[in-house]
Design a protein around this ligand. Sequence first.
Ligand code: GRF
Length: 215
Amino acid sequence: MLKIAVCVSGGGTNLQAIIDGIKAGTITNTEIVLVFSNNKNAYALERAAAAGIPTAVRSPKDYASRGEFNREFYNVLTEAKPDLIVLAGCLVVIPEEVVKAFPNRIINIHPSLIPSFCGTGFYGLHVHEKVLERGARVSGATVHFVDEGTDTGPIILQKPVMVRQDDSPQSLQKRIMEQAEWVIMPKAIDLIANNKITVTDGKVIIEDYDPDDLF
Ligand code: GRF
């Protein structure tokens, strides 16, 4: 059984997709042992509570320094003993000690096709604003392992979504969530839980990979 800790900051629709996937059996061999939030008002916490999942809330604002918060973040996560940490709309910059403690055992969902529209400052609606400003015809989402950089870790799965000429950042965000994020995040967890993923030379190899038959 793959034990996962899911880190959230907001609405938690990706968390919900994981909860639903486990319930429906599209994600197998997986148990959520903790939902961590840096924001006590995150609706994701209500989703976790409704599913009977333990939660932990720690806000950087309540600590004297970033270092103190980072140590607490590390302690809370390691005490839950997860096999995998899942960043599902988590706005906390993951401390280096956590990245080092979980090599290729942290995954993140990013709402664009990396390496486009990613890196520092590309989060939330900003990503979709930049896509529309540039006039890109296609965007999408990426699930990747987390390394010391920002959105630089090995790519696990990607799914494209076509951009419409009448899209607003909000409409594009919504379609990318529905068509890509809620599909590839559960799929990536299921692949990891079933030992289908290895990382070699910074690249992900998926056993029996058939891109035409994946989603
Ligand atoms: C998603 O767009 C995700 O890609 C980004 O933050 C958003 C989180 O949404 N990292 P939710 O909290 O899962 O609803």
